[in-house]
Design a binder for this molecule. Structure first.
Ligand code: E4P
Length: 217
């Protein structure tokens, strides 16, 4: 399973990168706005740090303009994945950009039907937003299961990028289903290391070790 980090915060990306946990990065217009930085500048910096796919999202609503924006973003670095929304125009742009040799991430997917269209449009990644479905008392994890089953039935090569991940449980559930990639905020990825019994065990080891009066070095 590949780990993408869902942020435009360079320090947070660097921190996780040093842990060897960053296979790629996803951004969106809200995350760029939150960074307070120029999109080209921040995306270039991320691409210099992370060799894997870095998603940069278009903001136009018509296909021709999305294609123009997508090609412009793709010039920033060789590892840019152009992110387009799951609209009819977005699918059209996906087909054109993909035929032109670009990686494309189709985002804001909330149904299996939408995911089929993205695969047929040549998407490299489909981003189903599981947390936002959960927020509406729907089951986001079920959506990943449905898409996995459909993509496997037809051998679609589009990778399932489980997005809008809110907690460790989301990651475990989509890992069991076979999502190809997860994208999550840095804090959620780091919290995967936490376990009460690890803390308790370490405390005990340290206390027992102190009684021996020994030093390893
Ligand atoms: C995915 O690419 C999106 O940037 C992201 O996962 C959205 O997550 P949110 O619903 O927590 O904003």
């Amino acid at each position: 399973m590949k780990f993408f980090v869902d942020t435009a915060d360079i320090a947070a990306i660097r921190d996780l990168h040093e842990l060897g946990m960053v296979d790629g990065v996803t951004t969106n217009p809200s995350l760029i706005a939150k960074s307070g930085r120029n999109i080209a500048e921040v995306i270039r910096e991320i691409c210099e740090l992370v060799p894997g796919p870095v998603s940069a999202e278009v903001v136009a609503s018509d296909a021709a303009e999305m294609i123009r924006e997508g090609k412009h973003l793709a010039q920033i670095a060789g590892n840019i994945t152009v992110k387009v929304p799951l609209t009819l125009d977005g699918l059209k742009a996906c087909r054109a950009l993909s035929d032109d040799g670009h990686m494309v991430n189709v985002t804001l997917c909330f149904s299996p039907a939408q995911a089929i269209l993205a695969a047929k449009a040549g998407a490299t990644f489909i981003s189903p937003f599981i947390g936002r479905l959960d927020d509406m008392h729907l089951d986001g994890v079920d959506l990943i299961a449905d898409i996995r089953e459909i993509y496997d039935n037809y051998g679609y090569e589009t990778q399932i990028l489980a997005a809008s991940i809110r907690n460790v449980n989301h990651i475990i559930e989509v890992a069991k289903i076979g999502a190809d990639v997860i994208t999550a905020p840095p804090a959620v990825i780091k919290s995967m290391a936490n376990h009460l019994l690890t803390d308790k065990g370490l405390e005990q080891f340290n206390a027992d070790w102190a009684k021996t009066g020994q030093k390893i070095l």
